[in-house]
Ligand binder design. Structure first.
Ligand SMILES: Cc1cc2nc3c(=O)[nH]c(=O)nc-3n(C[C@H](O)[C@H](O)[C@H](O)COP(=O)(O)OP(=O)(O)OC[C@H]3O[C@@H](n4cnc5c(N)ncnc54)[C@H](O)[C@@H]3O)c2cc1C
Ligand code: SF4
Length: 328
């Protein structure tokens, strides 16, 4: 890694101050825990004149019970998310997913917002500046050709955040804001399938919070495959939520990370509602996953392995949750 480039650090206390900083420095970047952004800047992936620290904005650090569920500020750290009694009681899968991110020292400052807005990853991108320069850079940053799919015209870098799939299967909404106000969208709408521009945020928008509805009898879980068990991004990560009624599936959502340029909420699961989660249903889940994921050569592990692992994790998790007492 290289030395960190010089920049001005602006601590914003309101959305108006964020907007003012953005107007002053067109290339400025939002800084939360910095565990991803700072490492990328040290790799020469950008050289902004200013970083805007957003962790002091009102409400960013709160976890609050609301009539319809729970609001989690985007600045809540992952270590707090993993330990918070409210989260552990209502959304244990989210606490589990947060606890699988990076290592304990990262999680102490890494935030939920930073995890959701994490840059996409690729073996040709997450490298030092001289390494990328010797490869003529690439389409995502400073180059013209994608080394993963040279005949294509888009970046296939993989989204690898661990908390997004769990939030998707729990039906999360995202609260976005800028100096003009706030709006809510389904979390799924925050993402798009483009490794070079995977967030559907407005030019001056940022993520303020995530809202989760409390759904009775919904069991959820998260599993990830990674190279190093102690600390690593997911090669493939799968979240499942389901409900059981009279021995049949009464709700099923599956979402994945690490396989596409966005976290992927699987479609077609509704066809399995009303039937048991038996061998045939698991075969259908495996087919749905293998058909919809599109891992590319963006990690040192082959794409076909990640496809098969994603399907195996989804089936294993669905079978485990279906037989769990929490779903009955
Ligand atoms: C060794 C190592 C291992 C890691 N392993 C994992 C892993 O296993 N799983 C995983 O998911 N991640 C992993 N990470 C990445 C990172 O640590 C986490 O994803 C972390 O949650 C990022 O949060 P942060 O607050 O530090 O984000 P930052 O680094 O501050 O920001 C990340 C990006 O999000 C943007 N951003 C931050 N907050 C907002 C907001 N509220 N609105 C809009 N944009 C925002 C920033 O501008 C930046 O582009 C790892 C990192 C390292 C260095
Ligand atoms: S997928 Fe292609 S364009 Fe995207 S980071 Fe990798 S090599 Fe670059």
């Amino acid at each position: 890694m290289s030395l960190l480039p010089s920049f001005e650090l602006i601590r914003a206390a309101s959305l108006a101050e964020v907007a003012a900083a953005r107007r002053l420095h067109a290339d400025c970047r939002l800084l939360a825990g910095g565990t991803d952004l700072i490492a990328n800047l040290r790799h020469g992936l950008g050289g902004p004149a200013a970083l805007v620290d957003i962790t002091g904005l009102p409400g960013m650090q709160e976890i609050a019970a609301e009539p319809a569920g729970i609001r989690i500020g985007a600045g809540v750290t992952l270590s707090r998310l993993a330990d918070d009694p409210l989260i552990r009681r209502h959304f244990p899968a989210l606490a589990e997913a947060a606890a699988t991110v990076a290592g304990p020292t990262h999680r102490a400052s890494a935030t939920l917002g930073g995890n959701l807005c994490l840059d996409t990853r690729c073996v040709f991108y997450n490298q030092s500046d001289w390494w990328r320069q010797s490869n003529d850079f690439c389409l995502k940053y400073r180059g013209t050709v994608c080394h993963v799919a040279p005949t294509g015209n888009r970046c296939h870098a993989a989204y690898s955040g661990d908390t997004a799939p769990v939030l998707l299967v729990l039906g999360a909404q995202a609260e976005l804001g800028d100096a003009d106000g706030t709006r809510r969208i389904a979390l799924n709408e925050l993402f798009r399938e483009d490794g070079a521009a995977h967030l559907a945020l407005g030019a001056e928008e940022m993520l303020l919070s995530v809202r989760l509805p409390i759904e009775p009898r919904l069991a959820a879980g998260y599993e990830k495959a990674r190279l190093r068990g102690a600390i690593d991004f997911p090669l493939a990560g799968v979240a499942v939520s389901l409900r059981r009624r009279d021995g049949a599936l009464d709700g099923l959502r599956i979402a994945l990370t690490g396989t596409n340029s966005r976290p992927l909420l699987l479609s077609g699961c509704e066809a399995l509602i009303g039937g048991p989660c038996d061998a045939e249903a698991l075969r259908q889940i495996s087919k749905l996953v293998q058909k919809q994921v599109s891992p590319m050569r963006t990690t040192i592990v082959p794409a076909h392995y990640r496809r098969r692992v994603a399907a195996a994790l989804a089936c294993r998790l669905a079978a485990r949750l279906f037989s769990s007492p929490a779903t009955a």
